[in-house]
Design a protein around this ligand. Structure first.
Ligand code: ZN
Length: 406
């Protein structure tokens, strides 16, 4: 998936990295607990603010005082999410002007004296690499050790916060100020690309946990994954790291289907090769050697795809619907044929829990451990000043995961 932007950006990133390495070492004096890469903390930080529909402006804001419970993070990179794309196009959350970017990661450059450990109890120091998760302002009892099913609904997330006097609230920026009471994880043992992929991967860790509650998903299950965007592809990788091997990927783009195989799908079905749902269902059946799927993951936002997926599933099988992150409209099903007479068990999945986040760190290590090329999900990299181009590229659906790399 080479394009001109990617090539240019790689060169720029390399240059910046080189200049950071050459100029960054000398300036850590005055910091008691570690290095500051990239030089001294500047007076101001650049923040990409979405100020109108389809328009980011890179603005300069003063870096505020770091309070006793706060953490100042120098941003290394941040993925562009489907949610950012929706905000860019339509602002469904009514947040403009807003500092977006919630799939970010970076290095601690300064922290208040009260900060000792992350949300899982792991020690924190200047120089550590971190990510943030959601903030349960109204429910401080929810911790990472809480295994109940409370997900991100009803919580705040950096990168989707209303603008305030601090402004350093999103990861599409040079610096972000993580306020006291936030959820933060030390992920220094993961490389940059893995760290950028944590948030979308957590969505799939959660979805598979939801799927497991049906009791239908087993090691030898025949699993169909419909939709091979980042979500469907990561779904396949999660299933594969769990030891599930009989996976069939369904999508309309051969490029994505080929990548689905690299990430662990056994077979793939291109829906464009089959006319009508009956022919498509037969093709999925054939891919499983003449059997329908035991379990299906619906990973597209298309109502027709939701209507179709029941036809792939055996009697007594299961379905996890996770494609409709936002309202994508109504889907038609026949309750008799699709659910009732087949006794299909359906679960919905949305976002993730705090606990899923920690599970995700281990998933990323396992995925690499068994040789899944998870990094290749990041197909395009842009510097912060090209954030509008990054979003336009995302909307064109040219790549998979697009990342801003500082
Ligand atoms: Zn996201």
């Amino acid at each position: 998936m080479s394009n001109v932007n990617t090539i240019d950006v790689e060169a720029v990133v390399k240059q910046v990295l080189e200049s950071m390495m050459n100029g960054g070492a000398a300036s850590s004096a005055g910091q008691s607990s570690g290095k500051i890469s990239g030089g001294q903390i500047p007076k101001t930080a650049r923040v990409a603010m979405l100020t109108a529909l389809e328009k980011y402006e890179v603005k300069e804001f003063p870096i505020p005082e770091v309070g006793d419970g706060d953490i100042l993070v120098k941003v290394e990179g941040c993925g562009v999410c489907g949610t950012d794309a929706h905000e860019f196009k339509r602002d469904p959350f009514g947040l403009i002007p807003v500092a977006l970017g919630h799939e970010g990661t970076g290095e601690i450059v300064k922290m208040g004296k009260n900060v000792k450990a992350d949300s899982a109890g792991k020690p924190l120091k200047v120089g550590d690499k971190v990510v943030t998760c959601m903030i349960f302002k109204d429910n401080p009892d929810i911790t990472m050790f809480d295994l109940n099913k409370q997900n991100v609904g009803g919580a705040d997330v950096y990168g989707l916060l209303p603008d305030d006097d601090i402004h350093l609230n999103g990861w599409f920026s040079d610096y972000i100020l993580i306020r006291e009471g936030s959820t933060v994880f030390n992920v220094s043992d993961l490389d940059l690309k893995s760290r950028i992929l944590i948030e979308p991967c957590a969505v799939l860790i959660h979805a598979v946990e939801r799927a497991k509650t049906t009791g239908i998903l087993r090691f030898n299950s025949r699993v169909v994954v419909q939709g091979c965007g980042p979500i469907g592809l990561i779904c396949i990788a999660v299933l594969r790291t769990m030891g599930i091997e009989n996976i069939v990927a369904v999508d309309g783009e051969q490029k994505r289907l080929d990548f689905a195989k690299e990430l662990g799908a056994e077979k793939s079905v291109n829906f464009k090769d089959h006319k009508g749902i009956e022919a498509l269902a037969n093709a999925v059946n054939d891919a499983f050697g003449g059997y329908p799927a035991d379990f299906a993951f619906q990973c597209t936002g298309s109502p027709v795809a939701h209507s179709n997926i029941y036809k792939f599933i055996r009697n007594g099988g299961g379905l996890c619907e996770l494609g409709f992150f936002i309202n994508g409209g109504d889907a038609t099903i026949n309750p008799h044929f699709d659910i009732c007479s087949k006794e299909i068990t359906t679960v919905g999945s949305w976002v993730y829990t705090l606990r899923d986040y920690a599970t995700t760190f281990d998933f990323l290590k396992r995925a690499k451990g068994i040789g899944l090329p998870i990094d290749k999900l990041i197909t395009h990299e842009f510097p912060l000043e090209q954030i509008n181009e990054a979003h336009v590229t995302n909307l064109k659906m040219e790549g998979l995961k697009i990342a801003i790399i500082n």
